[in-house]
Design a protein around this ligand. Structure first.
Ligand code: PLP
Length: 376
């Protein structure tokens, strides 16, 4: 074979060739390098602005002494800790390299060419990516229309109606990223009751800890009732461990057993396991993060009043802002002011920017920059 004969794309899986790579939020140092600025703030990836707690850092340092050893492939201690905290059995837990990993494992376990998965328009971008990679069909259900109290949010009735005989997965993000919209527990319960048994419901609760306690407990109770329900959560958001990549799924033991067969043997590293366990114990830090988020959301809502922007109501640690016009130039101008937010044109929302809630100072910097670029 000569080197000109080889065409990787021609022999690759067509489902892979059709994929568009995930585009992450711009890293701070990249912006500072490109624009020759310093003290930039990043409010683009829904990260916890507090960072990890002292207890987590201590756990990471302890674990660093043993980097020569493979991690515990079953994550025994973290599963025990999660089990005690959440009241689910260890056999119901699947640990992942971020909850992203669990979402991909679910797609791999249940989807093949000839099957389909249902999710909403504007739903988290990992769902279409995970589905497409398997060669299955994505059924994208139009979101709630303008004027609806949860405009841009999931239309559960339409999602249920979209389920076909060949459907194996339905993804529900509660709250959803990038919209911040949520579904009411009663509506979700009715949806799960009506969902046929040949479909697995994936309830993505990456931001649930920012919401009310009662809602969080309810989805765990539903696990007893619905063996086809999987609830995914993460340590990346309120727990502040995005860099370490650790999340988990909760399901019936049957589903967990399937996921366990296809996951990589050491999909969660030892530093992440130790840090997650320490973070789980640190209730005080969690409360602090929650309070900082509520205060920051109030600060942004107040500060945005009077600016030509509509705020989409959010139950996450971010706000989706509607400027009513294309925001590509606005995004660029904000970067020149040293503020990184997230454009969401890739979601079909070219008039919106998603901003993560930061510290009081970071939020102030965003408001100041927005005021400046909108008035110039
Ligand atoms: C951030 C996010 C996740 C998970 O991220 P991981 O870091 O992989 O745990 C999952 N779902 C939604 C909706 C998210 O926004």
């Amino acid at each position: 074979m000569s080197s000109t004969e080889f065409n990787a794309a021609a022999i690759a899986a067509s489902s892979v060739c059709d994929l568009t790579p995930y585009v992450p939020g711009k890293p701070l140092d990249e912006l500072e390098r490109e624009y020759g600025i310093s003290n930039a703030v990043k409010l683009a990836s829904n990260e916890n602005p507090l960072g990890p707690s002292a207890a987590v850092i201590a756990a990471v340092e302890r674990e660093a002494q043993q980097l020569n050893r493979y991690p515990d492939g079953n994550g025994y201690y973290l599963k025990q800790a999660l089990s005690q905290k959440l009241g689910v059995a260890p056999e119901q837990l699947t640990l992942g390299n971020g909850s992203n990993d669990v979402l991909v494992l679910l797609a791999e376990a249940f989807l093949t060419p000839g099957t389909s998965a249902v999710f909403s328009q504007y739903a988290f971008v990992v769902y279409p990516l995970a589905v497409k990679a398997t060669g299955a069909e994505s059924i994208v259900v139009p979101a709630n229309p303008a004027g609806h109290p949860q405009a841009l949010g999931h239309d559960l009735d339409a999602m249920l109606a979209a389920v076909r005989d060949d459907t194996r997965l339905v993804f529900i993000a509660n709250p959803n990223n990038p919209t911040g919209t949520w579904v009411e527990p009663d509506a979700l319960y009715a949806f799960l009751e009506a969902l046929p048994s040949h479909v697995v419901a994936v309830l993505d609760e990456a931001y649930c800890e920012y919401g009310e306690d009662a809602d969080v407990r309810r989805s765990l109770e539903w696990l007893q009732e619905f063996p086809n329900l999987v609830v995914t959560r993460t340590f990346s958001k309120i727990y502040g461990l995005a860099a370490l990549r650790v999340g988990y799924g909760m399901s019936s033991p049957e589903v967990a057993d399937l996921l366990n067969r296809i996951r990589q043997p050491f999909n969660v590293n030892s530093v992440a396991l130790a840090a997650a366990q320490a973070a789980l114990d640190d209730e005080g830090w969690l409360n602090l993060a929650r309070e900082l988020n509520s205060a920051g959301m109030a600060q942004l809502e107040a500060g945005l009043q009077g600016l030509p922007v509509t705020i989409v109501p959010s139950k996450g640690n971010f706000l989706l802002l509607d400027f009513g016009r294309d925001v590509a130039d606005l995004n660029e101008a904000l970067m020149r002011e040293g503020v990184i937010v997230r454009p969401v044109a890739n979601y079909g929302l070219p008039n919106h920017l998603r901003v993560s809630i930061g510290t009081q100072e970071e939020n102030g910097q965003l408001l100041k920059a927005l005021g400046k670029v909108l008035n110039s």
